[in-house]
Design a binder for this molecule. Structure first.
Ligand code: 2RA
Length: 337
């Protein structure tokens, strides 16, 4: 039985949400421990009504642990995951470090749940901008095979951590009050601005965030022929990433068919009534686990094109919710053996 859990990076923003989701979803467990860097060790946290002291992350932390859910910086994930695997623990990892490694399944439970069966101890959860897009692509891909995707993202400042959120709030105050403010997470002013760069310069003028959308999408669908053209932009919104997604399929999909496919997919909520001014917006999607879709339209410029708007809570479905869902899949897969 997978009944002994560890949460690694338990005191970070996503770690906090993972704890909250485990409580909300009544995740089954016998023992649970909370691990963090030396700096955060000793912090007391309450989980399911009990007080726990956060322990320092060491190799021995994983003795007797069945599943570890990790949300840490890449360098920490590179170090701790092998410690856990050597001790027979399965790691569900939120960091970017393991995602594209050959023996590591990259899983979105609504899209490729079967991939968890191929794990060799580590299962990765994708980058937030990829996760919501592939959830939206899945029903269309199953119905009419997606050949090409053009995506533009409008990414919230929470994707850059607590410092990102602070940069937006304090930066806005500094602009309004005409006082100085030194941005911490961003190279440029984010308040009242857009920054068309997320991550570093990576390939042929695309950023690392953009190339994640290319490589991770192809890995999750197991199909390198899916062409992805991404542009990732940081916007002055505190939480929830938004995306315009244009897909080209092998056969045309009508708006009515797409709406029906989206509506019957678990994990997707359709909000689409332009006349009534109803569509997903970040302020309505925050603290929700679903991927929200609206503005479903035919692409006027190509016969097999369909375009839509997609919003999701990047800290929930884009990170914590997806990781907890993977752990739930593991528990269910073992219960089924
Ligand atoms: C961002 N996708 O929004 C990143 C976080 N993983 O910056």
């Amino acid at each position: 039985m997978y009944e002994n859990l560890a949460i690694v990076g338990a005191t970070g923003a996503v770690g906090r949400l993972i704890r909250q989701l485990l409580e909300e979803r009544k995740f089954p467990y016998k023992t649970i421990k909370f691990l963090a860097s030396k700096r955060s060790a000793g912090t007391e946290i309450t989980f399911n009504g009990q007080t726990h002291t956060v322990e320092e992350l060491t190799p021995e932390s994983f003795e007797g642990v069945d599943i570890a859910i990790g949300s840490t910086p890449d360098d920490a994930a590179a170090e701790f995951a092998p410690w856990a695997v050597e001790r027979g623990c399965i790691v569900v990892d939120e960091s970017g470090y393991w995602r594209m490694k050959e023996d590591v399944p990259l899983v979105v439970p609504e899209v490729n749940p079967e991939a968890i069966q191929n794990h060799k101890g580590i299962i990765s959860s994708p980058n937030c901008s990829t996760t919501q897009m592939v959830v939206a692509m899945k029903p269309l891909h199953d119905a009419a095979k997606i050949k090409r995707v053009v995506v533009s993202t409008y990414q919230a400042t929470s994707g850059a951590g607590v410092a990102g959120e602070q940069d937006l709030v304090e930066g806005a105050k500094s602009v309004l009050n005409q006082t100085p403010y030194e941005y911490q997470a961003f190279k440029h002013q984010i308040a009242f601005n857009l920054i068309p760069q997320i991550g570093s310069e990576k390939y042929e003028g695309y950023t690392s965030e953009e190339m994640k959308m290319v490589y991770e999408t192809q890995k999750i669908f197991g199909d390198d022929s899916i062409q992805v053209c991404p542009t990732c932009v940081r916007v002055p919104v505190t939480n929830c990433h938004s995306e315009t997604i244009l897909v080209e399929t092998e056969r045309p999909i009508s708006v009515a068919e797409a709406r029906e496919l989206f509506e019957k997919t678990d994990g997707i909520t359709v909000v689409d009534n332009l006349g009534a001014g109803e569509y997903p917006m970040p302020i309505n999607c925050t603290n929700k686990n679903d991927v929200f879709i609206g503005r479903i339209r035919k692409d006027l410029s190509s016969p097999n094109g369909l375009t839509f708007w997609c919003v999701s809570d990047n800290l929930r479905k884009g990170a914590a919710t997806n990781a907890v869902q993977i752990a739930e899949l593991l528990v269910r897969s073992q219960a089924a053996v």
